[in-house]
Design a protein around this ligand. Structure first.
Ligand code: ZN
Length: 310
């Protein structure tokens, strides 16, 4: 482990918890993971009425001119609480709302920022991915959260990234990058050059089991490239903020590599998808949160992907 700089001790627990501030809104609790980079730690859970859909890590980066939001949470209410947390830190306008990918826990707070007229930013594949799933996502949101999710809606990107692109917040440049299909087909990362902070979205799960909704093969390729970025700070999509690097990436890579290896072996032996699901990765159970919910689904997804490989 590197020595922890003194400022981090001071900055680490900037908890703006439950402070009733401007407009009477409750603010999300935030941690300053690096100068100007504020992140909120979501619950390690699926979306429920109790946690209000607050299950992903979300946050914002402050420049001298304006603010970029990175993911907005699972509901309009969470987006508003994130906006209140921004207002507790700075009066600067929100000029960009960036979505790291299409999943509901990362996008449904977007509407909270509409009246500031930011640019909504995502991968070039994001809009179509959201449109294709919009009905299912809205139905699931209403079923799981009911009135807790009132007013939540999908706000499509107005600025898209294909490959890489920079945005300037004033004295701070963010590099946005899209990736091979991995967690999803529209994954995007944000890198703050000034502080060396990488916001991975769900390309990195720390502690919580990685979820394959794209390609296990693509994800392993992306991990090799993400490793080379060698960031000083990391905000994963789920799990502890600024987890050990590269150990957190190593753990995810090991899980996905073993998944691919074991599914390929099962296919080669002529096992059915059902047999693969029953047999593969049982020893991972105690290593990951939410294993029972997502592991079997991952085996199914990997099987469907890899059976056409030969
Ligand atoms: Zn996700």
């Amino acid at each position: 482990m590197n020595a922890v700089p003194a400022w981090r001790h001071a900055a680490f627990v900037i908890l703006i918890a439950c402070a009733a501030i401007a407009r009477g809104e409750t603010a999300l609790s935030m941690t300053q993971v690096a100068p100007g980079n504020y992140a909120h730690r979501g619950h390690d859970d699926v979306a429920t009425r109790e946690n209000g859909g607050d299950i992903a890590n979300v946050g914002f980066i402050v420049g001298t001119r304006c603010v970029a939001v990175i993911d907005t949470g699972g509901t309009l209410a969470e987006g508003r609480a994130l906006r209140a947390a921004i207002r507790a830190v700075t009066p600067l306008p929100v000029c960009y709302v960036i979505n790291t990918h299409m999943h509901p826990d990362h996008i449904f707070g977007n509407a909270a920022f509409k009246d500031e007229h930011p640019r909504f930013v995502g991968s070039k594949a994001l809009a179509q991915a959201e449109a294709a799933r919009a009905d299912n996502y809205m139905r699931a949101l209403n079923r799981e959260l009911g009135d807790v999710a009132a007013g939540s809606e999908i706000v499509a990107p107005t600025m898209t990234i294909d490959g890489s692109g920079n945005i300037d917040l004033g004295g701070r440049t963010l590099t946005l990058r899209t990736w091979k299909t991995a967690h999803t087909n529209n994954d995007l990362t944000v890198y703050d050059e000034k502080s060396g902070t990488l916001w991975t979205g769900d390309l990195l799960f720390a502690g919580c089991i990685p979820v394959v909704d794209g390609s296990v093969v693509g994800w392993l390729d992306d991990i090799a490239r993400i490793r080379q970025m060698n960031p000083r700070h990391v905000v994963p999509g789920h799990g502890p903020l600024d987890p050990p690097w590269p150990q957190s990436l190593d753990a995810e890579e090991r899980y996905l590599a073993n998944l691919a290896r074991d599914v390929r072996a099962a296919i080669k032996k002529g096992e059915t998808i059902r047999q693969a699901v029953d047999n593969i990765g049982l020893d991972e159970k105690d290593k990951w949160l939410l294993y029972d919910i997502y592991h079997r689904r991952n085996v199914t997804a990997a099987y469907a992907e890899l059976e056409w490989e030969q």
